[in-house]
Design a protein around this ligand. Structure first.
Ligand code: HPA
Ligand code: MG
Length: 183
């Protein structure tokens, strides 16, 4: 029960939809309190953040601006040789004197959010913060931790709620982890 096969691997339910939605609601309440009355630009990172962003944004009680952003990286994530190959949406942004909130599905090494923070900070925003559904502290190699975290998880590979395994599994309502026995 509650297990799925995606490509060559079996996954089992780790966080059920009800638990995710309750946590997203609590994050939204914190964000509502922190950004009340401010001019806020939300930047959900494609592809993975689209479902988390949709749920979070619909629980906000202010009127944010929204721009989806995509950043493709290449290179070894285990070393500092990782590079940005391509981006989408970044050059259109008007961030000066605005509060920017980056919305991520998951932060593990922190490369993408670290790159974005540095890129945006050059353009003198009022603030830059990160809200992520999932955070793997054991994998994190960045300088600044995410300000809003849904769930801290161990360093295993998860799918569902927007997250993919080789482009499959994003539609799953819960979040799944690899089954112990996997053949
Ligand atoms: N699952 C899916 N995509 C990811 C993960 C993960 O655990 N970490 C970074 N990208
Ligand atoms: Mg992926």
């Amino acid at each position: 029960m509650h297990s799925v096969r995606v490509h060559d691997k079996n996954f089992e339910l780790y966080l059920p939809e009800s638990q995710i939605l309750a946590r997203v609601q609590a994050m939204a309440e914190q964000i509502n309190a922190d950004y009340q009355g401010e001019d806020v630009l939300l930047l959900p990172i494609l592809n993975g953040a689209y479902i988390f962003a949709a749920d979070l944004i619909r629980s906000l009680e202010f009127q944010p601006s929204l721009q989806f952003v995509k950043i493709s990286t290449y290179g070894d994530s285990m070393t500092s040789s990782r590079q940005v190959r391509d981006s989408f949406g970044l050059n259109k942004l008007k961030v000066k004197d605005r509060h920017v909130l980056i919305i991520e599905d998951i932060i593990d090494t922190g490369f993408t959010s670290g790159y974005l923070r540095a890129y945006l900070t050059q353009q003198a925003p009022a603030s830059v913060k990160v809200a992520t559904c999932l955070y793997k502290p054991d994998a994190f190699k960045g300088k600044t931790k995410p300000e809003y975290v849904g769930f801290e998880i161990p360093d295993f590979f998860v799918i569902g709620y927007g997250l993919d395994y080789a482009q499959k599994g994003r539609e799953l309502r819960g979040i799944y982890k690899p089954e112990e026995k996997n053949e």
